[in-house]
Ligand binder design. Structure first.
Ligand SMILES: [Fe+2]
Ligand SMILES: [Fe+2]
Length: 299
């Protein structure tokens, strides 16, 4: 059983990161489905709004609870998030609650924190609410993936990207399951390395595939990054963590810089692609999250 403050803080941090990730996956479905699939667009929008509502609720309890380390990692918001949302919402016509982002940018962290019973109860409700909404979201995404794979629905997203999002949702579900058991998420270093290296490899492949064919230099960089991560896929086995850890750290630093450069280039309209700026910022935050997990191991 976890000490109360640790349970509260970990819950808030996991939810702040993943509730945003989930609502952005739903936003991307909403804007990449076709009018013929209108019921799916409506459902994606509804689930997105419910995650936004939960995120607002989590934020209500987060100030001075979340650690400095999480804030400075820029996994919750980056300097590009707000602008990416404004541009992407304007270009797609789909709504994004940017007041959440403004509040997140103003969040303050704390190095010492003691939880109250009231806070414990509130966080417990957030974990439960997230768990239930996540299950609904996962079944929606799985249904959509099946339809897409059988050519019953057409999306402007790779089916592999939807599968990737489903894996991220499954990962979040496992973390919540542990938290609802009052346990710290039970992950070994190898499990994290193998999971996140796979995610990073796929990001590089998606970026390569969504850049305009004329963006040859950027596509070369994306492919080189994917190949680097490919060598690390499932390479971590117990007893041999150190070498994989070091290579993962440098490969992730590199892809983080590449994603940052891509987000800037998209926001200033200097890169030709079919990547919405918010998607570039989203994968940048996932790299920042992974870097923080790697950093914890170094400490
Ligand atoms: Fe994601
Ligand atoms: Fe991802």
């Amino acid at each position: 059983m976890l000490p109360k403050p640790e349970y509260i803080r970990t819950s808030v941090e996991v939810n702040l990161f993943f509730q945003r990730i989930m609502k952005e996956h739903l936003f991307l479905l909403e804007v990449n489905l076709q009018p013929a699939a209108n019921p799916y667009i409506v459902r994606a929008n509804e689930l997105k709004r419910r995650f936004e509502h939960l995120l607002e609720n989590t934020l209500h309890y987060s100030d001075k609870v979340v650690s400095e380390r999480v804030i400075s990692s820029k996994e919750l918001v980056t300097p590009y998030t707000l602008r990416s949302e404004e541009v992407t919402s304007k270009l797609t016509g789909a709504g994004i609650n940017t007041s959440i982002t403004k509040r997140e940018l103003a969040l303050s962290g704390s190095s010492r924190f003691y939880g109250s019973e009231l806070l414990l109860d509130a966080v417990n409700k957030i974990n439960n609410g997230s768990y239930l909404l996540l299950q609904e979201t996962l079944s929606f995404q799985k249904d959509l993936l099946t339809k897409a794979l059988h050519c019953k629905v057409f999306m402007g997203l790779y089916p592999e990207m939807l599968e990737h999002d489903i894996r991220e949702a499954g990962h979040y579900l496992k973390l919540l399951t542990d938290l609802l058991d009052f346990q710290l998420p039970r992950r070994t270093l190898c499990e994290d390395l193998n999971f996140w290296n796979n995610i990073m490899e796929e990001h590089a492949r998606f970026i390569d595939g969504m850049l305009d064919p004329t963006e040859m230099l950027l596509k070369d960089t994306a492919r080189a990054s994917a190949q680097g991560f490919e060598k690390l896929l499932n390479a971590c086995i117990s007893g041999a963590e150190y070498a994989v850890y070091q290579s993962s750290l440098s490969a992730t630093e590199e892809i983080k810089d590449f994603k940052l450069h891509t987000t800037e280039g998209l926001l200033t309209c200097k890169i030709k692609s079919i990547i919405p700026p918010l998607l570039a910022d989203h994968v940048l935050r996932e790299a920042n999250h992974y870097l923080r997990l790697l950093d914890i191991q170094r400490a």
